[in-house]
Ligand binder design. Structure first.
Ligand code: SF4
Ligand code: SF4
Length: 445
């Protein structure tokens, strides 16, 4: 993989409109919906029944087999349903619905975990229910578990938050600096890392100032300040820009002595260790030109989007598109009943004009997609490969142009004057390659 260091040709408008908005804690919604697949890996398994009374922080679903994560009640109230719910991305998952009693009573059994070895630490991280809160949703314990088999020299705390609009990590650093630092200390100790580096873009000056002060006495910790350029926070890009290392296809970063943890995940892990309260709420940025009062909200996980937007003053106009996540990588949702999930860092309500989807036209071979790909791929050639009707040729071409190296950042789609959905095409290309390989490994169909 060949990286371009801090490419600066891609002009993404940062639109960090809510960077100065301290999160407002919302009153409990009438009900929350908690899908069992809010993390990557196997779904959690409910341990409550309809009619049960639950309190905030109570375990309501245990982790499934393998890589998985527990789910906790995010409001106090009554379990009213446990049934499949089809989410915006088309996946269906068993979902626990809790009707709130409005009291937000904390589970009286919660207490900070006690441990004195790595097993105990990792078990506590698992119990916390924390996942990659930057959008990846990979169970945090699963990532940290890599320390059992690898010598971790460097922990990179990803505080880049390079997606436009989103400021939830920024506010976590500004308003909960102590928690971030406690999390950093835990990572340093239990990963036995030589150094912990908080990687932050230079458009977050308030957070930089606070973290600089808080880390002053820790010679093993540093702030690495990066230019605010999309996709600075993509893990492969971050690794290269901070350490100069390049991860090869199929290689795990831990085998290179590095792990990358999102900054809000770091702080939420610390919160659990300090208070015993697992992951039940998070900061969500509500923005977009269709919203009356863009702001950051601290909301229970599972809160319906309709309720979140009400807390931001409601809508100015009918949105043209509602996105969970940012404008580059976010997923469009069709229903305002959709709940926020563990990895929901933002909900954007875009106007018709902002959301306009242009019909793709023929490639004019301008080369912009090539010039702006941070990993030096040729997206135009990959798109042409996907159009090839002969499956064998398509497979060979996709391999030749290294579709597997695409980090799905959408820079190519963003700059293409022909409005070609290049990143989507690459996603399909990866799925095609995987299927083709599986079929040919099975005895050559
Ligand atoms: S999405 Fe496009 S720009 Fe981003 S890595 Fe893939 S090919 Fe390159
Ligand atoms: S940016 Fe679009 S039009 Fe230009 S070369 Fe790439 S695919 Fe073709």
């Amino acid at each position: 993989m060949q990286f371009r260091k801090n490419i600066s040709t891609l002009k993404v408008h940062h639109n960090k409109n809510t960077a100065a908005c301290e999160p407002v804690r919302v009153a409990p919604p009438k009900e929350v919906l908690l899908p069992m697949n809010m993390h990557s890996g196997s779904p959690a398994e409910p341990i409550v029944a309809v009619g049960d009374h639950v309190r905030v922080g109570q375990l309501i679903a245990k982790p499934g087999e393998g890589t998985s994560c527990p789910v906790h009640a995010t409001v106090s109230g009554t379990v009213t349903a446990i049934e499949p719910y089809k989410q915006a991305d088309g996946r269906s998952a068993l979902t626990i619905k809790i009707e709130s009693d409005g009291k937000m009573e904390r589970d009286p059994n919660l207490k900070p975990p006690v441990f004195d070895d790595l097993d105990g630490f990792l078990a506590a991280v698992k119990d916390s229910g924390v996942v990659g809160l930057g959008g990846a949703a990979y169970p945090l314990w699963g990532k940290l578990d890599a320390v059992r088999k690898n010598q971790i020299d460097t922990v990179l705390v990803n505080a880049a938050e390079c997606e436009p609009y989103i400021t939830s990590d920024t506010r976590m650093m500004v308003d909960n600096t102590e928690l971030v630092v406690k999390g950093v200390e835990l990572l340093h100790k239990w990963m036995n890392a030589k150094k912990v580096v908080i990687c932050i873009e230079d458009n977050k000056q308030e957070a930089i100032k606070k973290l600089n002060e808080a880390l002053a006495d820790k010679d093993w910790a540093e702030l690495f300040i990066l230019p605010a350029i999309y996709p600075q926070g993509a893990k492969q890009v971050l690794l290269y820009n901070v350490t100069g290392q390049v991860v090869k296809g199929g290689q795990r970063m831990a085998s290179m002595g590095v792990i990358i943890i999102n900054v809000s995940s770091t702080a939420k892990m610390a919160e659990y260790m300090e208070t015993g309260m697992p992951l039940v709420d998070r900061i969500v940025t509500i923005d977009g030109s269709a919203v009356k009062e863009p702001k950051n909200l601290l909301a229970p996980i599972g809160t319906p989007l309709s309720y979140l937007v009400e807390q931001a003053g409601g809508l100015k106009c009918e949105p043209g598109k509602v996105l969970i996540g940012g404008p580059m990588l976010g997923a469009a949702v069709a229903s305002m009943d959709e709940p926020s999930k563990k990895a929901t860092n933002s909900v954007l309500f875009l106007t018709e004009k902002e959301a306009k989807i242009y019909e793709p036209t023929a490639c004019i071979r301008c080369g912009r997609c090539v010039a702006n790909c941070p990993v030096s791929l040729n997206p135009a050639a990959l798109a042409r490969a996907m159009e090839n009707e002969n499956a064998d040729v398509r497979f060979a071409k996709l391999q030749e142009f290294s579709v597997g190296q695409c980090i799905e950042c959408a820079c190519c789609s963003y700059v293409c004057p022909a409005h070609k959905p290049l990143m989507e095409s690459n996603k399909q290309g990866k799925r095609f390659v995987k299927k083709y390989k599986a079929e040919h490994a099975e005895g050559g169909k």
